[in-house]
Design a protein around this ligand. Structure first.
Ligand code: 13P
Ligand code: SF4
Length: 365
């Protein structure tokens, strides 16, 4: 293998030059590399995508790809899933290792294991009573925890279905790390809000009394997305006042009131599809990340669709934005020169258990 080219040489590349070098490296690599891009990716990276999607679609695409290199323009957990679901000889790459997910960082294996021990103290064997469900926005070791304990992974597009799967097996669910997705999905299943309790991982017994723990049907981990928490019910009420005929669509990582006041709630793929299929000349308020909203606002403008961002402030996924044309050019040029940089590799003992939980999800959804 060649010695890797250092990123310093790409750091100061002008965007246009980086664009040309990405194209040249891609031409040299041909079908050896596939570029998977999440919908929140910035426009100057998104334009290079071979395939785009929400987390569920991208995990399926990663599992079906035959390319030698899966270059993931998304965040760390997505590249991990690509590594876990792809063939052993395939290589998953994240162009900037700093592209994490702040929500995923809100749950750790140590804290989930402590929670499991505390549940055991209060109620006896948690493996018998609880299905652990992790949102795909989580580290591989948490997916492995779910694989080992009869649990499952969910995404924003299949969470209610995954809860059904979970309750068909055990009477309770421990849902991490996104309380909002858990609450909204539980509500969609008809579970009363009083039967869902917030588990604060920084407090003993999640900050709950034994009675509260026994009563809860779903324990919701106290985690959230820093981007989606910016959207508030007031934004929707103001929009409805100004545009009584307007439609509102939100991502289920938004808080409960935002979801409740929206006409539609769904994953990034669902948001795009719903607006695409809507009649011409409709007006939309959209509660999800800014890059996606800006892109579809431009894409559907010709149909007379007016698409507005929900918050008055800029809410971008700043970690996903770390994947810029400079990092993409750097990793593709290295691959074309025969050096692998920024490989995401999940240890096999962990990957095997995480795969169990991911495959349960793929089969159930
Ligand atoms: P989707 O699965 O809807 O693409 O969402 C992923 C995500 O991280 C949203 O913040
Ligand atoms: Fe994570 Fe939120 Fe970014 Fe999605 S938008 S990747 S949940 S930080």
């Amino acid at each position: 293998m060649q010695a890797a080219i250092h990123f310093d040489r790409f750091n100061t590349l002008a965007d246009e030059e980086a664009r040309g070098r990405i194209q040249t490296a891609r031409d040299r690599l041909g079908k050896r590399a596939v570029l998977l891009c999440h919908h929140y990716q910035r426009a100057d990276v998104y334009r290079h995508a071979d395939l785009t999607g929400d987390s569920l679609k991208l995990s399926r695409l990663a599992s079906q790809s035959d390319a030698e290199f899966i270059v993931f323009c998304g965040v760390h957990f997505m590249a991990e899933v690509a590594d876990i679901l792809s063939k052993p000889e395939q290589i998953s790459i994240l162009p900037d290792m700093a592209a994490g997910c702040s929500m995923a960082d809100m749950a750790s294996l140590a804290k989930v294991e402590r929670c499991w021990r505390e549940l055991e103290e209060v109620m006896g064997d948690p493996d018998r009573l609880f299905t652990p469900v992790t949102y795909i926005n989580s580290a591989a070791d948490l997916k492995a925890f779910c694989g080992e304990h009869g649990g499952i992974v969910c995404t924003s597009s299949n969470a209610p279905k995954i809860l059904e799967w979970s309750f068909a097996r055990r009477e309770k669910v421990l849902f991490f790390p996104d309380q909002h997705l858990g609450r909204w999905s539980g509500h969609k299943m008809g579970i009363p809000l009083e039967d869902m309790a917030i588990w604060d991982p920084d407090l003993e017994y999640g900050g709950l009394t034994p009675e509260q723990i026994r009563r809860a049907k779903i324990l919701l981990w106290k985690g959230h997305c820093s981007v989606h928490q910016m959207f508030q019910a007031g934004h929707i009420l103001r929009f409805r006042n100004q545009h009584p005929d307007g439609l509102v669509i939100s991502h289920p990582e938004c808080n409960f009131d935002v979801c409740r006041l929206s006409d539609y709630v769904g994953s990034t793929e669902t948001i795009i599809r719903t607006i695409k299929e809507a009649p011409a000349d409709t007006r939309w308020l959209v509660g999800t990340e800014l890059n996606l909203v800006n892109r579809i606002a431009g894409e559907f403008k010709a149909e007379g669709k007016i698409i507005q961002f929900m918050a008055p402030t800029v809410c971008m996924c700043s970690t996903m934005a770390r994947i810029d044309p400079q990092h993409l050019a750097w990793c593709l040029e290295n691959l074309a020169e025969g050096s692998v940089v920024n490989r995401i590799s999940v240890p096999e003992h962990e990957a095997a258990l995480a795969r169990v939980a991911l495959n349960r999800m793929l089969a159930a959804s």
